[in-house]
Design a protein. Structure first.
Length: 321
């Protein structure tokens, strides 16, 4: 853990990142805002963007599996770059709870599994607004419970890690709480939580955000669509408000160019005050989703997350030996 996790806030952003952010913001400013589009239109736009991203390329060696869930089948995509894995990484994709897919990050997840010497299991949860909360949480819980129960038999290891980005980080946190409270399971080796939204009441950084993407207007349009009839204060909706005791070591990764900065900073603080281990990785100037970009700051974030999770896996091996 670095001595001052907030030191990067005062550092100058990487020059290559500045140029990319300026281009991204110009592009987003010229596009219709999210709140003016339907879920179908947003998903179509996402498909077009994914087609241009090498990390979204599908791999022929990925395996599709279906398990029983409370709302029907829950599909899993399994990438196994390691022949004798040290862990299984349950991945929950982002997309604002209304977009994203479990098969849009094959190469990214394969590379992650290679770094960790792990099997990666990516979860296809139901999406809002067709399936608002708690449907996504139900599917992620079912998938994670299946992994915990079958990891040793299916993959040769009982060590389980969970992680996700954006909405996926939110659902990963909610899943950790459900696994603890509903299944009595607190054995996760680590949580890799990247720029999640943990408080759907909206933190100050969201409320005061003036730049394109995930500003207050967008979030105030999005949240009612995804939470269904649940109160925003429900810990299943806003994990920030939950009792956070007995949770695994967690790394919170976020950039200062992200409206969800406060979510990660405040969740990291609550994680630690609840008695858990937590690290905070802040990247100067980095926007939402920066770790998916083929730029030096993205590689730094990926390497740091891999090092954190690898250390946690090694520590778990010592504990159970």
């Amino acid at each position: 853990m670095i001595e001052d996790p907030f030191a990067p806030i005062h550092e100058q952003p990487d020059p290559t990142l500045i140029a990319v952010v300026e281009q991204l913001e110009a592009t987003m400013s010229a596009m219709p805002p999210m709140e003016s589009m339907t879920a179908a239109q947003l998903r179509a736009r996402e498909e077009q963007q994914a087609a241009l991203n090498p990390s979204a390329a599908k791999r022929d060696d990925a395996e599709e599996r279906a398990i029983a869930g409370p709302g029907g089948e829950v599909r899993l995509r399994i990438l196994a770059p390691a022949s004798e894995p040290a862990a299984v990484y349950v991945h929950i994709h982002g997309g604002g709870w209304i977009g994203g897919r479990h098969d849009l990050r094959d190469q990214f997840l394969h590379d992650l599994g290679t770094r960790l010497h792990a099997v990666v299991v990516s979860v296809a949860y139901r999406l809002a607004p067709e399936h608002p909360f708690p449907a996504p949480q139900d599917d992620c819980e079912a998938a994670t419970a299946w992994v915990v129960e079958h990891a040793q038999q299916e993959f040769g290891t009982s060590t389980v890690v969970i992680g996700g980005e954006s909405a996926g980080a939110h659902l990963a946190a909610a899943t950790l709480l459900r696994m603890r409270d509903r299944h009595g399971y607190t054995g996760f080796a680590a949580a890799d939580l990247r720029y999640g939204c943990y408080d759907l009441r909206l933190t100050p950084s969201v409320r005061h955000w003036k730049r394109p993407f995930l500003d207050r207007a967008t979030m105030e349009w999005l949240v009612p669509q995804v939470i269904g009839g649940l109160p925003v204060e429900d810990p299943d909706v806003s994990p920030f408000l939950a009792d956070l005791h007995d949770l695994p070591p967690a790394l919170f990764t976020v950039g200062t160019g992200d409206s969800l900065l406060d979510d990660s900073v405040l969740m990291w603080a609550r994680w630690r005050t609840a008695g858990n281990t937590a690290d905070l990785a802040i990247c100067p100037g980095a926007p939402h989703g920066f770790d998916l970009m083929p730029l030096p700051p993205g590689e730094t974030a990926r390497a740091r997350a891999a090092a954190f999770v690898t250390d946690c896996i090694a520590q778990r091996a010592v504990e159970v030996a």
